[in-house]
Ligand binder design. Structure first.
Ligand code: FAD
Ligand code: 2HG
Ligand code: ZN
Length: 476
């Protein structure tokens, strides 16, 4: 289409008028696409465009490129780093991928599933389950996040210790480039050494290098048994000791290992008392661990009970509850997954999604807690996360009675500096699994190796020279 045709008219011609939403239509509320999940930022979109096919995505990108209009790809909009919503300029389009939600094929012999980017994660877990298989990616937002967003952020979740991050679960991608070309990379191959690994470059690039339109994912056999325990541990050091025992005793069957601090659990108890959080009142930390086994329930249970007995003898566990059936296990996981919502119900907070070598996490927390308490008396630490992966959600809540937004306005920058400087000192990363987005883009020059950053800029320049794909995210 000639460039003289206004962009919005071109987009309507490509996707259909019903799928190009603008604020000019008084009946349309754009806030679900313009506001981030945490309600920290409300941007303004030129339009929300909802393509139904890869060909339409390619045409949209070409039209936007011709008009020098930036594109913000968006999936379920559950991201936590302000990566998928437009800025305030009113000049960016949101490319919402949720209409592209077809399951293209399943190959049980190759253990692969090929799907479009807008498929909701829970839908994919269901498709795998119906085929008697497992797609193991699992996170609290699974009812609304999309696989495109999971790949865009290289999401982690609660089964990484066994199955890896989203990157490890993907074999191939279909991507629309910044020029509007289509890269047909939907390979189901487990071996392919024909040059640079473009798949892994795209995964985790947060929509800044290309738009993922489809993916071929790995499937796994379903475990024959799943055992879940909730254990009280006397210290973070004890939790690390328990993790060591679990690795030794369960080997590759260790599927999840989550830690939760007392204050984090008190928030769940306060805001969701019906969930009946076990053991939290009498212990500073609880651990939720899962063992999944391919032999049988009896084997898994005896292995698990032996582990907990050893841990009790050694004093790294003081009390424990083992779920007796799947529904009890799901209730325990539901408590864990409710921490984010309970924390939001308590008020605005400062999130730090960090990773540190597991062995150094207890010292990191002790030192950093002390630094924060000295500078911000009464500050409340909401600590929890995927200890098995060395990934802590080290979140800071305003002191009791202090208004969250006011606390953030006055202190967020300094709190971040204290925490991120400590992360650097402990050889960690300032983003373990949520990504960089706009929230942390300004921090990378401080905390990322300068040579790595220069290579990232060179890649961005090569693949998106006009900076039209999600500008202002990841790199600034
Ligand atoms: P969006 O929020 O829409 O987008 C996220 C980023 O990906 C943006 O930069 C966007 O531009 C880009 N993107 C989206 N779709 C595409 C595409 N098709 N192609 C290219 N780029 C794209 N995250 C974890 O890692 N682990 C957790 O345990 C976890 N738990 C969570 C629990 C809750 C309650 C919530 C609200 C969030 C949680 N998250 C977690 C964060 C979030 O769910 C993940 O980042 C998820 O992967 C985002 O998916 P989405 O579809 O919502 O993506
Ligand atoms: C989780 O592990 C998510 O539940 C969200 O990554 C973490 O709310 C958070 O800080
Ligand atoms: Zn997490």
């Amino acid at each position: 289409m000639p460039i003289s045709v206004p962009l919005l008219d071109q987009l309507r011609a490509i996707c259909g008028p019903a799928h190009v939403l603008t604020a000019e239509d008084p009946a349309t509320d754009l806030s679900p696409w313009e506001q981030d999940w945490r309600k920290r930022v409300r941007g303004r979109a030129l339009a929300v465009v909802r393509p139904a096919s890869t060909a339409q995505v390619a045409e949209v990108v070409k039209a936007c490129a011709a008009h020098r209009t930036p594109i913000v790809p968006q999936g379920g909009n559950t991201g936590l780093v302000v990566g998928g919503v437009p800025d305030a300029s009113g000049q960016q389009i949101v490319l919402s991928m949720t209409r592209m939600n077809a399951v293209r094929s399943i190959d049980p012999d190759n253990l692969t599933l090929t799907v479009e980017a807008g498929c909701v994660l829970q839908q994919l877990q269901g498709v795998a389950d119906q085929a008697g298989l497992l797609f193991p990616l699992s996170l609290g937002a699974e009812g609304s996040c999309t696989i495109g967003g999971n790949l865009g952020t290289n999401a982690g979740g609660t089964q990484v210790v066994r199955y890896g991050n989203t990157r490890e679960l993907c074999l191939g991608l279909e991507v629309v480039t910044a020029k509007g070309d289509i890269w047909h990379g939907l390979s189901g191959l487990r071996k392919d050494n024909t040059g640079y690994d473009l798949r892994n470059l795209m995964i985790g690039s947060e929509g800044t290098l290309g738009i993922i339109t489809a993916a071929t994912l790995k499937l796994y056999p379903k475990p024959a048994a799943q055992l879940t325990a909730w254990a009280a541990v006397p210290s973070l050091q004890a939790a690390v000791q328990l993790l060591g025992l679990a690795h030794q005793g369960l080997g590759p069957c260790l599927t999840g290992f989550e830690v939760m601090g007392q204050f984090a659990l008190s928030l769940v108890d306060k805001h969701y008392p019906q969930l009946r959080v076990p053991l939290w009142q009498s212990t500073p930390w609880c651990v939720l661990l899962e063992n999944s086994d391919h032999e049988n329930e009896a084997h898994a249970r005896s292995q698990f009970e032996r582990l907990l007995e050893t841990a009790l003898e050694q004093g790294c566990v003081t009390d424990a509850v083992v779920a007796e059936n799947l529904s009890q296990a799901q209730s325990l996981w539901h408590i864990r997954e409710s921490i984010t919502l309970a924390q939001a119900a308590e008020g605005l907070n400062i999130k730090h999604d960090i990773s540190i070598p597991v062995s150094r996490i207890p010292a990191f927390v002790a030192e950093t807690d002390a630094l924060l308490a000295r500078e911000f008396p009464g500050v409340r630490m909401v600590d929890f996360g995927h200890l098995g992966d060395g990934n802590l959600h080290y979140n800071v809540q305003a002191p009791e009675g202090v208004d969250g937004p006011t606390f953030l306005r006055e202190h967020e920058e300094r709190v971040n500096t204290v925490v991120f400087d400590q992360v650097k000192r402990f050889d960690g990363s300032i983003s373990a699994e949520h990504g960089v987005g706009a929230l942390k883009a300004g921090k990378l020059p401080h905390y990322k190796d300068p040579t790595a950053l220069a290579m990232m800029r060179a890649v961005k320049q090569a693949l998106d020279p006009d900076n039209l794909l999600n500008p202002g995210r990841v790199l600034v």
